[in-house]
Design a binder for this molecule. Structure first.
Ligand SMILES: [Zn+2]
Length: 157
């Protein structure tokens, strides 16, 4: 429910209250007949409010889901580190460990997608999700072993 929807719902509630008050104070047959017409407007207003509230409920659920995703992303961000052209899970000391995740998927979509190993005849690792391709020498598998053999890269993390 955006600000305009809230304004419309509020106006519909105010109009409904006015009509209900007029109905309660009506005494003559003419007033009652006129108010019956306004009661029809009241029903329409209430139907509009019902629709706005349903939309508001959906929007609230969508926003809660988005908040949960952002919280998950923030938690993941604390446990992921970059090494060369890929991201890795960080160990307790903050060093990259395990196999590479796609940089594009992490940086654009905040999703951790493992890269698949080079196919025979190529020197590239690939993302099965976004189809990005990386030089396999810049996206090593078993990052801990890579760091052990190439400690000079650790300072660049
Ligand atoms: Zn990807």
């Amino acid at each position: 429910m955006d600000i305009d929807s809230i304004g419309r719902a509020y106006a519909a509630v105010e109009g409904s209250i006015k009509i209900a008050k007029a109905l309660a104070g009506a005494s003559s047959a003419i007033e009652v007949a006129e108010l019956k017409l306004r009661a029809a407007e009241l029903i329409n207003s209430l139907a509009d409010i019902k629709i706005e509230l349903a939309a508001s409920k959906d929007e609230k659920q969508r926003l809660q889901h988005e908040i949960e995703e952002l919280r998950d992303t923030l938690q993941l961000k604390a446990t992921v580190v970059r090494l060369l052209d890929a991201f890795y899970t960080a160990d307790a000391e903050g060093k990259p460990t395990g196999d590479p995740f796609c940089s594009r998927c992490w940086q654009v979509d905040h999703r951790l997608i493992y890269l698949s190993g080079p196919q025979i005849g190529t020197a590239n690792t690939n993302c099965t999700h976004c189809r990005s391709s990386y030089a396999s020498r810049r996206t090593p598998f078993s990052a801990d072993k890579f760091i052990e053999a190439n400690p000079q890269y650790l300072t660049k993390v």
